[in-house]
Ligand binder design. Structure first.
Ligand SMILES: Cc1cc2nc3c(=O)[nH]c(=O)nc-3n(C[C@H](O)[C@H](O)[C@H](O)COP(=O)(O)OP(=O)(O)OC[C@H]3O[C@@H](n4cnc5c(N)ncnc54)[C@H](O)[C@@H]3O)c2cc1C
Length: 474
């Protein structure tokens, strides 16, 4: 971020006061400590994967992007189990795209399993209940749903804080230089990871993350920075610390109530089914209270738990009990947006696995899933970057597969340069010399990417007319 309020830096200092060293890389080797988090950001604006990946590639001849269409099912030949098409709905009409090679589902943790179920791939019981013909019984589809879950803790700043003024000056600063308060997200850019007393030994996998919110600007659009919402009735500013359990043991599920693809699936998250999360959150809440009571936050901001917050819970007050914090977690539950696991990756002998280590759906030819749903266990942190990694790996798997096909059919010299040279054999091996070599000239994240190497001018492509969009609507 190009801007951070003073309070964000002071919270990092408060962490140091408590003995948590700051970290500059939450995704790095030592992710413990408080920091201003990394972000997808370009020129002071939030960046999305659509902007980073899709837009630069949108002019490619072999890419067709269909807007305002809902994928409804994958069509699988009942005998060969090969994917032959993908059905979608646009303007109320059902259409089918033919599939020559393979389809990749990336509907996310809630929608990829929905599409699999609608395609007859999933637990037999669910499919039978909805009269969907069973194409492949896979009991794991929609199961193993889990998410980071936490508690919102509210604090009041009883001393006058230095809230950034959203004035004409700051508006001009953003418009002209893409800097200043408008180029950042206030306290929500701050994060911290620590080990609760229940964390696994070694301290390398923190089991608690803190997110911060509030302390917004003094004008707003009625949403996050709403002026009325950022001060309490005494005209004091409040901030929320969300303490999140990063290694949840509770598991929920996702299922369908209808065969209508436009009807959302039903999600049962089962938060706190396992007491472990509550135990972690008791510890995490106590640490957040101690953070608020550090010299810097107490003296400079007069930070203290908001009076009356959680009054419904017994055991509050100056020395809150464990029961108070357990109650608070259930009253002010803070589920994250990090749902995973509903098409989990696993070994062939795991009956609940949906995809194999190359993201291929078990028992179906020509179908992969590439999104957060394949994570067997949620990562101990934010999920967006790991999902990008999953997508990058999926792209590599597909490219390697068709490079091999080219080699087999047309010989070594027909394989285009780029991506990888070398064989896919031993991809997971640690033995040196047996890995594909990354050719560092292909940068999908480069906004102006247009690699002439990939014009599809190769014997295989010419023979199969691959330069034409592989898109048959019927
Ligand atoms: C409000 C919010 C804030 C978040 N903030 C952060 C953050 O700050 N940092 C972080 O690391 N993570 C964050 N996350 C989590 C992160 O965004 C997700 O983990 C990640 O986007 C998951 O990627 P995905 O590809 O699995 O699914 P998605 O990003 O959900 O992508 C699935 C796509 O498929 C489309 N789709 C679904 N069904 C169909 C269908 N039937 N037909 C056609 N298209 C379909 C959807 O519209 C969507 O575009 C946040 C999530 C939310 C919801």
């Amino acid at each position: 971020f190009r801007y951070a309020p003073r309070l964000a830096h002071d919270v990092v200092s408060a962490g140091i006061e408590m003995g948590y060293p700051p970290t500059s890389d939450l995704n790095g080797e030592t992710g413990t400590g408080f920091t201003i988090a990394q972000t997808y950001n370009d020129g002071g604006s939030r960046y999305s994967t659509a902007r980073a990946y899709l837009r630069p590639a949108s002019k490619r001849e072999n890419l067709h992007i269909l807007l305002n269409a809902v994928g409804s099912r994958v069509i699988v030949d009942p005998v060969t189990k090969k994917v032959t098409g993908v059905e979608y709905i646009k303007n109320g009409e059902k259409k089918i795209v033919g599939v020559n090679k393979e389809a990749v589902l990336s509907g996310g943790t809630l929608n990829s399993p929905q599409i699999l179920l609608l395609s007859g791939i999933g637990p037999k019981e669910t499919l039978d209940k909805l009269n969907i013909p069973v194409v492949k019984e896979l009991p794991g589809v929609g199961q193993n749903l889990h998410n980071h879950v936490g508690v919102n803790l509210e604090f009041t700043l009883t001393k006058e804080p230095d809230v950034p003024e959203l004035s004409w000056e700051s508006a001009m600063e953003y418009m002209l230089k893409r800097q200043g308060p408008l180029s950042a997200t206030g306290m929500s850019q701050l994060s911290g990871k620590i080990n609760s007393r229940l964390a696994a030994g070694g301290g390398r996998h923190p089991d608690v993350q803190y997110f911060f919110n509030g302390y917004g600007s003094s004008c707003g659009d009625g949403s996050l920075g709403d002026a009325d919402a950022i001060v309490d009735e005494n005209n004091k500013r409040t901030i929320t610390i969300s303490a999140i359990a990063l290694q949840p043991r509770s598991r929920g599920y996702l299922t369908l109530e209808s065969t209508n693809p436009l009807q959302p699936p039903v999600m049962q998250p089962n938060y706190f089914l396992d007491e472990h999360e509550l135990d972690v959150l008791v510890d995490a809440s106590r640490i957040a209270y101690r953070l608020a009571n550090t010299t810097i936050l107490r003296e400079k901001y007069g930070m203290q738990p908001t009076e009356g917050y959680g009054a419904e819970c017994p055991g509050g007050g100056p020395n809150p009990t464990d029961e108070f914090f357990r109650c608070l977690a259930q009253l002010h539950t803070a589920p994250e947006n990090h749902q995973v696991g509903t098409c989990k990756m696993g070994a062939a002998d795991d009956p609940m696995a949906v995809v194999d280590p190359q993201l291929r759906v078990y028992g179906i030819n020509g179908l992969r899933v590439a999104d957060a749903s394949i994570m067997p266990t949620v990562v101990s942190g934010n999920t967006a970057a790991p999902v990008v990694m999953i997508a990058e790996r999926a792209a590599e798997f597909v490219i390697i597969k068709y490079q091999e096909l080219l080699r087999t059919q047309f010989g070594e010299d027909t394989v285009p340069d780029g991506i990888f040279s070398g064989s896919n054999e031993g991809w997971n091996s640690n033995e040196s010399g047996n890995k594909p070599i990354w050719v560092d000239n292909w940068k999908p994240w480069d906004k102006h990417w247009d690699n002439p190497e990939w014009k599809y001018d190769h014997p295989y492509h010419r023979k199969n007319n691959v330069n034409q969009p592989a898109y048959n609507s019927r």
